[in-house]
Structure formats: C-alpha cells, structure tokens
Design a protein around this ligand. Structure first.
Ligand code: UDP
Ligand code: MG
Length: 315
C-alpha cells in the first residue's frame, strides 16, 4: 500500500519574507513523519510583492510544492477554498504562512486522526498575549454574542489551522456559498473535532493584514452568515416600542383628564423622536445587511479567479 498523503494548504498574501522560513520549518516537520507523503498547495492571493516568484521557484525545485495564483486579492477565505478544491491528499491541513500556526503540531494532529479516530484536529490559542486589550475585549464579546444567536458553535480563539480527513473536506466543498466565513463552515459541517491548545506566537516576518476595522466588518459577516436572529430582533424591538407607545398614550390621556393639558415636555418629545428614528434606522440597516448578502449570493459570481498555477494542479 502506498503512503497516505497530507495536503498542506497555505494562503499567502505578501509573504515573500515568511515563505522561505515556512518552507524550512515544514520540511523539517514532514521529515519526522516519514510514513506520510506530503503535497503543498500555496495560494498566492494577489500579492503585490515577490510572493509569486518565490512560489514559482519552490515548485521548480520540488514538484511537491504546488501553487495557484489569483488575478487579484480575493481574501483568505477564497484562498482557502481554492486550496481545498485543488487538494488531492487523504488528509488536508490548512495553515498560515507566517508560522503563527506551529507546523510542529502536525505529527500530534495526524496521530489523533489515525489512532484516536477523530475526523478533524483543530487548534485554538489559549492566550491573546501581544494583542491590544481592546481587540481581545471585542473578540470576546463577538464569540459570546455569536454563540448565543447562532446554532453553529464558534470556539473562542479558534484558528483556521487544522488537519481534516478527505471526507470532511468533501463535506466543506459541498457548501458553495459566496460569503464564506470559514470558521463557521468548519463547524457547520459537523464531524468529530479534537481541539489542541497552544500559546499564540508572533509572526516570523511581515505584518498582519487585519486592522481593527476589517476585523469588525469580518465579524459582522460572520454573524450575517450564521444567524438570522438579528432580523427577529428587529421585529421584537418594533413590538416593544409599540407597547411602550401604547402605554404612554394611555398615560397622557389619563393625565389630560385628571390634570388638564399644560404645554410642557417638548424636550422629552424630541428625545423620543430621535430615539425611535435611531431604532428604525438600525432595523433597516439589519435588513440591508441580509439583503446585500442575498444580492451577492444571487449574482453567483465565482469566489476567486486563477491567473496562474503550477502544472500539476488538476482543477
Ligand atoms: N492572507 C490571505 N489573503 C488576505 C489576507 C491574508 O491569503 O487577504 C493570508 C496571509 O498570507 C496569512 C494568513 O492569511 O498566511 C493569515 O493572515 P495574517 O497573518 O495577516 O492574519 P492574523 O494571523 O494576524 O490573523
Ligand atoms: Mg498571522
């Protein structure tokens, strides 16, 4: 019987400095599990630096190192999808190019799948050291909130770094949605997942592509992709406000009957008008968020466009 194959998928956006370090590290780790063959699929997500040149050179030196290159930056989610679609291995691992996902965990992950019968071994970082406190605070809020309103469980601190069986990857590939919140998709497909914990590590080279603002937008994408409860929230708020209005009308009528009608309270009126206006805008905004997602899905555009790939990549 021939060796099982692990496909390693690496999304790369402006990672020319990190890639050689990554390659050195992953080859060292691969050598520690000689009973497995490896296939590497690097996805160049429209990098503006020399990433593609580095990848071309990798694949010339060793055909195990395959690559795909996008026509522009489509985002990490798109890169992951392209990698999963191109992978041919019996097991598939996803990891970042910046060595923040320690490849040294790979043997342990593989072991858990082979010997403990898991379908997937995922990782989460236990500390958020080195991260601005405000970011950790909002990240915590986000996980509390989304787990409350979504049926799909999202694990706090979960990284995309994981090793999966072919069966699970095929499951993920049946989800053809355009708005891909990968953390949620991994969880949505089910299967037995084992969680490994590790301390977060700094990037080996280059800089992170996430700003606070882009994370905020990303978290809203996640909520819209995995829960429709905010829509219900809008209706509930509407009902509540009707009730409040009903009782205050009753109160005003009673007061008029008992005390007459002194002209007072314009300030409170203005405040209420502003408040209700705000709530209405918020609710329209929530609907708009879902409508815009629906619009993008309905257009049925491809998630990514490939401009160049190494010759042994099949699809
Ligand atoms: N990445 C990508 N496309 C993007 C942004 C990031 O393929 O538009 C890749 C990046 O090259 C890295 C991984 O996704 O391998 C994680 O990115 P980053 O390290 O910036 O995120 P962080 O680790 O800070 O969450
Ligand atoms: Mg990183």
């Amino acid at each position: 019987m021939s060796n099982p194959i692990i496909s390693i998928i690496v999304p790369c956006y402006n990672e020319e400095e990190a890639l050689p370090l990554f390659k050195a590290e992953i080859t060292t780790v691969a050598a520690t599990i000689p009973q497995v063959s490896f296939e590497y699929i690097f996805v160049d997500d429209g990098s503006k630096d020399g990433t593609l040149a580095v990848l071309r050179q990798f694949s010339e030196e060793n055909p195990q190192f395959k690559y795909l290159s996008f026509s522009r930056n489509f985002g990490k989610e798109a890169a992951l999808l392209a990698g999963l679609e191109a992978s041919t291995g019996d097991y598939v691992a996803v990891m970042d190019a910046d060595l923040q996902d320690p490849p040294s965990l790979l043997p342990e992950m593989y072991n858990a799948i082979i010997n403990e019968g898991y379908d997937c071994v995922a990782t989460r970082r236990v500390t958020r050291k080195g991260e601005p406190p405000i970011r950790s605070f909002f990240a915590n809020r986000f996980y509390k909130f989304i787990n409350r309103i979504s049926d799909t469980k999202m694990v706090d601190g979960a990284r995309d770094f994981r090793l999966m069986t072919r069966q699970m990857v095929d499951g993920i590939l049946t989800l053809t949605e355009y708005n891909r919140f990968t953390k949620g998709l991994f969880s949505w497909v089910g299967f037995n997942t084992k969680w490994l914990e590790f301390e977060s590590l700094p990037r080996v080279a280059g800089t992170t592509k996430w700003s606070f603002w882009s994370l905020l937008l990303y978290s809203m994408d996640g909520i819209a992709a995995f829960s429709v409860k905010p829509l219900a929230l809008a209706s509930i708020m509407g009902v509540l406000f009707c009730l409040v209005a009903f009782f205050s009308i009753l109160f005003i009528i009673l007061r008029w009957i008992i005390l007459g009608d002194p002209v007072a309270g314009w300030a409170s009126t203005v405040t209420i008008v502003l408040f209700v206006g705000g709530i209405q805008l918020l609710c329209t905004g929530i609907m708009g968020m879902y409508l815009s997602k629906t619009y993008l899905e309905v257009k049925g555009r491809p998630v990514y466009i490939v401009k160049e790939k190494s010759k042994d990549i099949v699809n």
